[in-house]
Structure formats: C-alpha cells, structure tokens
Write a protein that binds this ligand. Structure first.
Ligand code: ATP
Length: 236
C-alpha cells in the first residue's frame, strides 16, 4: 500500500513563504482534494510532490520512497503523474499522437495501445477527434486529452491541477465524472481545485489551504456542510 505523506513541509520562493508546516496524506484508492483561493499554495504542493520544487524542510514520501531525493522523471517513473493547470496539450499534434506521448516511459507497445483504447472508451469525444490537432479542441476536450495522456502512462497517483478551470458547468461535471471513474478503476487522486463545490462532490476527503497552511481538513461530506466552508468557498 502506497500512501503519499507530506509532513511539516516548509517551502519558500526566495522571501515568499509559500507552504507553512504543511502536513497532508493521500491514501491508496482515495480522491483527496486540496481547496483554497488564489495563492493559497495548492500548485506549490503539487510541484513539491512531483519534484519540481524543493522544500526547505519537512518530508515528502510515497510509501517507502523519499520523494525529496528523487528527480522529477524518477517520480513519474514511480507512477506519480502531474497534469498541470492549463493542460499543455501539444497543439500541432493529433489527439492520438498526444495520447501516445503519455506512454514515453512505457516499453510495452501493446500496453500503450490498450491504455489508449481505454482512454477512448472512457472519453468517446477523444475517439471521435482522434486525428484532429490538439490545439483545435475545446477546453473540456483538451482537459480530457490531458487525462487520457496521463492514463496511457499508467498512473498510480494522479496529481490534477484545476481540471475545471475555464470550463462550463456541464463540462465540469463530465470531467469530474471521468475523474471519479478513473479513481474507481484503481488510480489514487490528489485534486487541486478552486471549484470547491465540484471537488467536494467527488472527493473522499479534503484539505483547505489558506496562505500556505492547512486550516481545515476532514471527510468531504463534512467539509461541504461546514458553515465556514460554505461561506468562504461554496457561496450562497
Ligand atoms: P493559484 O490557484 O492562483 O494557482 P495556488 O493556491 O496554486 O494559487 P501557488 O501557485 O502555490 O498557489 O502560490 C503560493 C504562493 O507562492 C503565492 O504567494 C505565489 O505568489 C507564490 N509563488 C508561487 N510560485 C512562485 C514562484 N515561482 N516564484 C515566487 N513566488 C511564487
């Protein structure tokens, strides 16, 4: 069982103290959401896990593996895949070429094909647009493509940064349903969202970050009913 554990993490960008005594845990099989406003430290947390930033102190572990000692590509190799905000689809490559790129660390071509087939089955819109250039897809379709590309890599843990960003409510729901399905197929998910309403619907547990600190944590259903969360993050 691999649990992701961050303990007492301090992260600075020069004089900006971005994460303060941050401790979070994501257990195998869970969907855990990190909520918070702009600048709360959500993206920094994901960057730290995927080895793109280094903590000043504290621990970041995936099971027995000390992630602070791993290089970013080794962390990908361990099955921790990060889909950054903005999706970063390759705009002049086709949907299918984008998908196959997700298998760059996978040697078994048959496995890559099977996983691409699964992505098409899960997201038929991608199958319909298989030969279309990535840059011509809608925002929701690009988010699906980014998810599909990650699936071809065979993720154990997916780090998702604001998948709902810029999407219409109906599309947000579709993307969240896909994330839930991916989780049910066995991938653990750490979901960063400003859209607390959407995230709390699919998450098992959540943490609220404010100015780099965890200020609230608990089962998603409890947080969704907490008056402080309702007032600050769910609106009227
Ligand atoms: P958003 O939703 O706006 O992306 P966030 O919760 O993801 O917000 P972070 O991007 O992690 O927040 O930023 C946390 C803090 O660290 C902010 O004060 C931000 O200005 C600062 N910060 C983030 N990246 C850098 C950087 N590369 N250099 C300097 N400061 C940074």
């Amino acid at each position: 069982m691999s649990t992701l554990t961050l303990e007492n993490v301090e992260l600075y960008y020069n004089r900006v103290h971005a994460l303060r005594n941050l401790s979070i845990e994501v257990r195998e099989g869970e969907i855990v959401s990190l909520l918070g406003n702009n600048g709360a430290g959500k993206t920094s947390t994901l960057s730290l896990i995927s080895g793109l930033e280094k903590a000043k102190s504290g621990t970041v572990r995936w099971g027995d593996l000390d992630l602070t000692k791993q290089r970013p590509w080794d962390i990908v190799g361990a099955g921790l895949l990060h889909i950054p905000e903005g999706r970063r689809v390759f705009s002049t490559m086709t949907v299918h070429e984008n998908l196959l790129l997700g298998g760059y660390l996978v040697k078994d071509q048959k496995l890559i094909q099977e996983r691409a087939d699964y992505a098409y089955e899960l997201m038929p819109r991608l199958a319909e647009r298989r030969d279309q250039q990535g840059g011509t897809l809608s925002g929701g379709e690009q988010q699906m493509l980014a998810l599909g590309r990650a699936l071809v890599g065979g993720p154990k843990l997916l780090l998702l940064d604001e998948p709902s960003m810029g999407l219409a409510p109906l599309i947000v729901k579709q993307v969240m349903d896909i994330i839930r399905e991916v989780n049910q197929q066995g991938t653990t998910i750490l979901l960063v969202e400003q859209n607390a309403r959407a995230a709390l619907k699919i998450a098992d547990r959540a943490y609220v970050l404010e100015s780099g600190r965890v200020t609230m944590e608990g089962p998603a259903s409890e947080l969704a009913a907490d008056p402080r969360v309702i007032e600050a993050y769910l609106g009227a």
